[in-house]
Design a protein around this ligand. Structure first.
Ligand SMILES: [Zn+2]
Length: 338
């Protein structure tokens, strides 16, 4: 008999739980056995007994938390079928950041795909999202409102480079989250033909080195440290750092800084103003409204479970399109890499 989806995955306080496999997916607190979709801090936490994730996600967790972040780790290659208890699991590309994966959980002819965070559009820094046919598709809803339509990322980078050309006396400070967004923005700047050195905050160094080691060429990166050089050195330069650093003394050393920020949230003008962002760049590592709808249509599940974000709008879209859907009300996911 085909099991019900609720027999395979149930929401718990710690995260999505699989009773027949006795594991959690992206638990928000330490558990015995965790399957992790990607390295962002709200999905990948330290302190689990056993972690199963792609090799890249395991490497990223070790870089961020230390090699002893879990009791034991096991790499899952993309597409490899792994048995855990009474279920099988497999990992498939999610297109969100390097190593990011959707996790398929199967038993007795029932397949549920937990997609974690994802974006279907191409990203030169990670494997492209693949729709995986399933009975139940669990989708994020970070940008699940019709107002969210992400422009072409290359066009946003062109806006940045035009601003740099127009303001040769100013330093452009570009806010980027350290995992994924930083490397994608750097790669896009290189793809636009900009070959000068880029200056990076120390918080980005190890993950940029790691992306380079995995074949993502980032060009000439130099430290933008507080002690390095006088103010004038950075006139006309592009400096990338985590947005949290922009309130620091670190940011004030640059000549007449022009503050930019690369995030899907930059489509909300009030947010950009609140943060004092002069040049908002709408570059997101999540699916926008159209991409959520296109993905659900491509996956063609009989049921959709919606988590973290604007659940109600997406549940309603599913209902209008004849697809059963419900919100999962999982808590604790505030993506650091939007
Ligand atoms: Zn994420």
């Amino acid at each position: 008999m085909t099991p019900r989806p609720e027999d395979l995955l149930v929401p718990r306080r710690e995260g999505l739980y699989c009773p027949p496999g006795d594991f959690f997916i992206d638990p928000v607190r330490p558990v015995d056995r965790a399957l992790i979709t990607h390295g962002h801090a709200d999905h990948a936490r330290a302190g689990h007994g056993h972690v199963l994730a792609t090799p890249e996600t395991l490497d990223i967790m070790a870089i961020r938390y230390g090699a002893d972040h879990a009791g034991a780790t096991q790499p899952a290659e993309l597409g490899e079928v792994i048995r855990i208890g009474d279920v099988t699991v497999s990992f498939h590309p999610a297109g969100h950041v390097l190593g990011s994966a959707q996790i398929a959980v199967e038993r007795g002819g029932m397949r549920i795909v937990a997609s974690g965070d994802y974006k279907p559009r191409p990203d030169p820094t990670c494997a492209r999202f693949v729709p995986v046919a399933c009975d139940v598709f669990i989708t994020e809803a970070t940008f699940a409102l019709p107002v969210f339509r992400h422009p072409d990322a290359a066009a946003e980078i062109d806006r940045l480079l035009r601003s740099v050309a127009r303001n040769p006396e100013r330093a452009h400070l570009v806010g980027v989250y350290s995992l994924g967004k930083a490397q994608r923005v750097i790669r896009l700047i290189r793809d636009a033909g900009y070959e000068k050195p880029l200056y990076i905050h120390g918080a980005l160094q190890r993950l940029c080195d790691y992306y380079e080691s995995r074949g993502v060429a980032l060009g000439d990166l130099r430290p933008a440290t507080v002690d390095a050089g006088a103010k004038g050195d950075f006139a006309g330069a592009i400096v990338l750092g985590p947005p949290s650093a922009f309130g620091d003394r670190w940011a004030r050393r640059f000549p007449d800084p022009l503050v930019s920020f690369a995030s899907g949230w930059m489509q909300v003008r009030a947010r950009a103003r609140q943060r004092g962002v002069e040049l908002p760049l709408v570059i997101s590592d999540h699916a926008d409204w159209d991409e959520l709808a296109e993905t659900i249509t491509a996956v063609a599940p009989s049921e959709v479970w919606v988590t973290h974000g604007r659940e109600e709008a997406l549940v309603r879209w599913c209902a209008l399109n004849g697809i059963a859907a419900r919100p999962l009300h999982l808590v604790g996911y505030e993506d650091e890499g939007d």
